[in-house]
Ligand binder design. Structure first.
Ligand code: NAP
Length: 330
């Protein structure tokens, strides 16, 4: 099969479209013919040499795909009893290896393609939905009626987080860069959208919440956003950091943490164990898949790029022009 391989890790992002061995599904795994692969910032980090794949994963990037099962491994491993069979259309959360014509996935990390969602578009879902769900619900404990600030409602994760939080009955303030992107985030259902390039996000949060602040912040900025995020939180607010686009270090005003009884935390998806990922995929299937089938949450696909032009897709992310997700199509 052909895959997008890393020709020279770390040096100017040189990718190749190479002939490689088609992987074989092991116990509890399936082999997918890839219809589309989601492109993530973590892929760019891996290609740059900063984010090595976990042991056993293929060396080529790709954390999520949609495709059709063409072979199944022996039962066992962490297979679920109702795992997919040959011919089934699924999406999968991978340890790596999605930038290819075929990819191996753990059965327990696959989900059926939701009713009403085109197979290729569904590749935009696994990373974003699992990340949004686990951080908003498991980590932040977002409840109906609460306010949440979603930084980057225009992004792959943010575009899903805005819709999901709305569907869960929360009120959403979201940010986006520029008036056009802000208008599109409003179209996803956010109550208030702030153009982070032009407007003061904390002031907008206070205005939207009658001065109280938001209960939850879903943050992709990291260090550079820390002070404002703490200022934006209401008493007993929860800040969940999932991205470090403005650096890994910041100054935390502990007096505000104490006075407002705040929680400051963060998580990653990729580093979780297979059992943790299987449990997350199972709850996403139960809680989010019906929202997708009902059209309350939908994948946001910016563009489809042929697999062999993966560098162009990553460059689109670098330029900040992607709204939602960009997909690679073999
Ligand atoms: N922890 C995890 O498990 C996990 C999982 C998936 C992703 N992530 C991370 O989460 C982040 C988002 O992922 P993604 O896939 O959604 O990436 P993405 O599609 O590239 O989105 C990035 C978002 O950041 C926004 N942004 C950039 N500068 C901003 C600023 N100054 N203020 C507010 N927003 C700003 C962008 O908004 P505009 O372009 O509109 O300005 C865009 O919406 C990345 O850092 C990624 O690595 C973490």
């Amino acid at each position: 099969m052909r895959a997008v391989t890393i020709a020279s890790p770390g040096s100017g992002r040189k990718l190749a479209f190479s002939q490689v061995e088609t992987p074989l599904p092991g116990p509890g795994e399936v082999l997918l013919r890839v219809e589309a692969a989601g492109v993530n910032r973590a892929d760019a980090l891996q290609i740059a040499g900063y984010y090595p794949p976990p042991p056993g994963a293929p060396p080529w990037p790709g954390l999520e795909v949609a495709g059709v099962v063409v072979a199944t491994g022996e039962p066992g491993g962490d297979a679920v009893p109702a795992g997919p069979g040959v011919g089934d259309a699924v999406v999968a959360l991978l340890e790596g290896g999605g930038y290819a014509q075929y990819a191996v996935a753990r059965s327990a990390q696959t989900l059926p393609v939701p009713d009403g969602v085109p197979l290729a578009d569904a590749a935009a879902l696994p990373e974003a939905v699992c990340t949004a769900w686990t951080n908003l619900v498991d980590t932040a404990g977002l409840r109906p009626g609460e306010w949440v600030l979603v930084h980057g409602g225009s992004g792959g994760v943010g575009s899903i987080a805005v819709q999901l939080a709305q569907a869960l009955g929360a009120h959403v303030v979201a940010t986006a860069g520029g008036p056009d992107r802000a208008a599109r985030v409003r179209g996803l259902g956010a109550d208030v959208v702030v153009d982070h390039r032009a407007d003061d996000v904390v002031a907008a949060v206070r205005e939207a919440t009658g001065g109280r602040g938001v209960d939850v912040v879903l943050d992709v900025l990291g260090g550079g956003g820390l002070a404002d995020n703490v200022r934006a939180l209401a008493p007993r607010g929860r800040l969940v950091v999932i991205g470090l686009q403005q650096g890994r270090r910041g100054e935390l005003d502990l007096a505000a943490v104490l006075a407002k009884h705040l929680t400051v935390t963060g998580t990653t998806l990729r580093s979780r164990t297979p059992a943790e990922k299987a449990a997350l995929v199972a709850v996403v299937r139960e809680r989010v898949w019906p929202l997708l089938a009902a059209g309350q949450v939908r994948p946001v696909v910016h563009a489809r790029v042929p697999l062999e032009r993966a560098e162009d897709a990553l460059a689109m992310l670098d330029r900040g022009e992607v709204f939602g997700k960009v997909l690679l199509t073999p």
